[in-house]
Design a protein around this ligand. Sequence first.
Ligand code: PLP
Length: 405
Amino acid sequence: MFRVNENYLKLPGSYLFSTIAKKVGAYAAAHPEESVIRLGIGDVTLPLPPAVITALHRAVDEMGAAETFRGYAPDLGYEFLRKAIAEHDFAERGCEISPDEIFVSDGAKSDSANIQEIFAADSRIAVCDPVYPVYVDSNVMAGRTGSFDADTRTWSDVIYMPCTAENGFVPAFPESRPDLIYLCFPNNPTGEALTKAQLQDWVDYANREGCVIIFDAAYEAYISRADIPHSIYECKGAQTCAIELRSFSKNAGFTGLRLGYAVVPKALRDRNGVSLHALWARRHGTKYNGAPYIVQRAGEAVYTPEGQEQVREMVGFYMKNAAYIRTGLKEAGYEVYGGVDSPYVWLKTPGRMTSWEFFDYLLEKVHVVGTPGSGFGPSGEHYFRLTAFGTWENTVCAVDRIRAL
Ligand SMILES: *Cc1c(COP(=O)(O)O)cnc(C)c1O
């Protein structure tokens, strides 16, 4: 009789967002008269920018005409998009990334889950705590994480790097040497960012210790302060130790359209001199047949002057929400973090309430839904995440209700 991959059976149940959905569903059913405001899930709400829609229509028409029809896309991505990315996301920021170091994909979730495949089975991984769950779960599936402790909800073979108010949400170097280090800055869920000097320290550490940094820059477009790096390649030496993941989801509203990319520099080699670039190209070639032509044209449109103007406006809209949440909660006496370089506001729960106690409290008293920090890792306990992705009206209403408590 066949057997399944038993690593999958180790994955803990009751995933954060399904628990939230169940609780909210039960509350809404019992109190149909109350209007529940959801500021929990990290999905955008504004429609796609007009420049993107125009590009989609044009590309769809091309696909319907014999002379311009296209079949399989090149599996690493169309040249027009890789060139636009290299120029606008890197050259303009002084980073030397060539188009052939860019691997177009269907998003940063898949890239961040798949990238571990090209590393040795016994690689040690280090993650920030709290953490975007995909980094850990994809390594659980690969059998790399040891055993799960149900009390602390941690894995024995994962190095957790706490990021809390005490250390300014900046991870300290781990006591034992990891092989792979997952860093996401600006961070989901804390909303906090690393300065260029702080990221440079991590790049130096990785080069010195022989580690690879998987740098998730999905929230790059939300950076507002001048000393926060948009790309890890702004740091000296990053080309020999870092892979960067980007997404069109949060900056341009592509969560339902699907587009992202990974940068794997050619200078990145393991201790035997094996090129990660060649391995990732091989992996793409075998397991992926490329993002859709029409979606890559839509991605290209994001880099046009109109596209840039329109995505700046979208990001500005969400950041106005973030500022309202930040200021409102501060005035109400909450300890508040994030929301300056990211669409997430991370607050300390009042009166030592646990994250889930505060979740229930907000749901019952003011019918506002957020995300309990403990769902992202043990160091997220006593924290709570609110997102700026709601409508302006709902955001104002939610914050005003919390203030009135
Ligand atoms: C939203 C998000 C992504 C983006 O994922 P896509 O698959 O590109 O939509 C990646 N990383 C983090 C941390 C995120 O929050």
